[in-house]
Design a protein around this ligand. Sequence first.
Ligand code: ZN
Length: 123
Amino acid sequence: MHNHEPVGYDCPFCFLLAGGETALDSPRDVVFRSERATAFTAARWWPNNHGHVLVIPNAHYENLYDLPSEYGHAVHDVIREVAVAMRATYGCDGVSTRQHNEPAGGWVYTDLLRDYFDSLPST
Ligand SMILES: [Zn+2]
């Protein structure tokens, strides 16, 4: 539904999940993996917000509209684990989670056509 992905799109996050390494992502960045979702440190951190982690479903979906509930639930379970770990590790005052759909929904990287969630410690 409302997809922007070109035919033959080569998804870097699916490549990572399959054990691939790019200039930005490596399997060594994975911090948690369940049957249906994976968390890994982000290649780019937000300014003044170190500790950025991405959480993705273990199957390719471009956006939240298409994400089946079993993957959505698994993603949120992993987001909770990451949030608890961030709170304990960084001693931050809170944790934020963000997710964007389509260019008008605030895509940060318009060449990354895959659903992902940002988890960020906040002070
Ligand atoms: Zn993918």
